[in-house]
Design a protein around this ligand. Structure first.
Ligand code: FAD
Ligand code: FES
Length: 299
């Protein structure tokens, strides 16, 4: 099934507004068809889809932390972070939790099925600006998905960073993502990985408690440290408080925000956060720059 009339009218308008040569050839709103190559069940409601473009168009370049708009033909379009390795640009990986009509249609797309992709959009993690520092990554639930490309990048350029620490919290052991990656990362001597669950179930022998309880169990240099944080807003709020308590500077904390989106390129205003648009100025923000806006509303 093809995108509907309204969708194409919207795209055409956006391309006229954009007016760039890129827009003339399809531009930032161009939906490219991708085939699902692999579908991996991560948890009961979350799947990772490995996608490939049928056109040999030079692969898919992206920056860790960026997102795409994924279009389930005839159902709708949603923003989803890119969760794969930025160095492997022949395929594109997304990890999606089925919460509604569109995400359900996306995760139910079997290998050989087609999805529309436009992007990559937004500002990602500042991985190139934080070289020479300790890096503390704090992820909650599916928040590990947008952070995984950053972890791949840090490990691929490991010598450029100080300590690298991953603190990951899930609600239950069954909701932990990327078991294979976590096992591989745990086996490295140059990456510290701590995982915790809010509620243990049978057989769980690891940490119990919210992810913030892990922060004061690891050692890093707060004055020379960058923190990358992604998860539910309530988890980010408590994580920010704990990091600041540990003397990490607000300007050295990056957070990834979510808002409802339509255009994905700063035209429609759906994703406004204070004077910024999450799709264009985020989703990754320096905490210092959005602190005031975040404090005005309940996170
Ligand atoms: C920049 C960005 C990156 C994202 N990356 C991912 C990702 O990597 N993987 C992923 O699974 N999801 C991601 N999301 C969230 C995803 O876009 C939403 O889950 C999706 O839009 C829901 O659409 P739907 O039509 O399936 O459900 P809807 O019918 O729109 O919503 C179903 C239920 O989910 C709730 N919901 C909708 N959107 C969100 C949200 N953003 N956060 C929490 N609850 C929500 C609704 O309130 C409702 O209760 C991202 C969102 C943004 C803005
Ligand atoms: S989604 Fe349209 S401005 Fe951000």
């Amino acid at each position: 099934m093809q995108p509907d009339y309204n969708y194409w009218m919207f795209m055409e308008t956006a391309q006229k507004i954009d007016g760039s040569p890129a827009a003339a050839s399809g531009g930032p709103m161009l939906v490219r068809p991708f085939l699902v190559r692999r579908r991996v069940k991560e948890t009961a409601d979350t799947y990772s889809l490995e996608l490939a473009s049928p056109a040999a168009d030079g692969g898919f370049q992206f920056h860790p932390g960026q997102f795409n708009m994924l279009y389930a033909y005839g159902v709708g379009e949603v923003p989803i972070s890119i969760s794969g390795d930025p160095a492997k640009n022949r395929s594109l990986t997304h990890t999606i939790r089925a919460v509604g009509a569109v995400t359900r249609a996306i995760v139910n797309t079997k290998p050989g099925g087609q999805l529309g992709i436009r992007g990559p959009y937004g500002v990602g993690w500042p991985v190139k600006d934080i070289t020479g520092r300790d890096v503390v990554i704090v992820a909650g639930g599916i928040g590990l998905a947008p952070l995984r490309p950053a972890i791949h990048h840090l490990l691929a350029h490991r010598e450029k960073y100080g300590k690298v620490i991953l603190l990951y919290g899930a609600r239950t052991p069954e909701e932990i993502l990327y078991h294979k990656d976590l096992a591989k990362w745990r086996s490295r001597f140059d990456l510290e990985v701590l995982v915790t669950v809010d509620r243990a179930t049978d057989g769980w022998k690891g940490n119990i408690g919210v992810v913030t309880t892990l922060i004061n169990r690891v050692q890093f240099e707060p004055s020379n440290c960058a923190a990358l944080v992604c998860g539910p807003e309530i988890m980010m709020r408590f994580t920010l408080m704990e990091l600041i308590e540990q003397h990490v500077e607000e300007g050295n904390i990056s957070i990834s925000m979510e808002r409802n989106m339509k255009c994905g390129i700063g035209l429609c205003g759906h994703c406004q956060l204070g004077p910024t648009f999450v799709c264009k100025d985020g989703p990754v923000y320096c905490y210092r720059n959005v602190k005031d806006v975040l404090q005005k509303r309940e996170l």
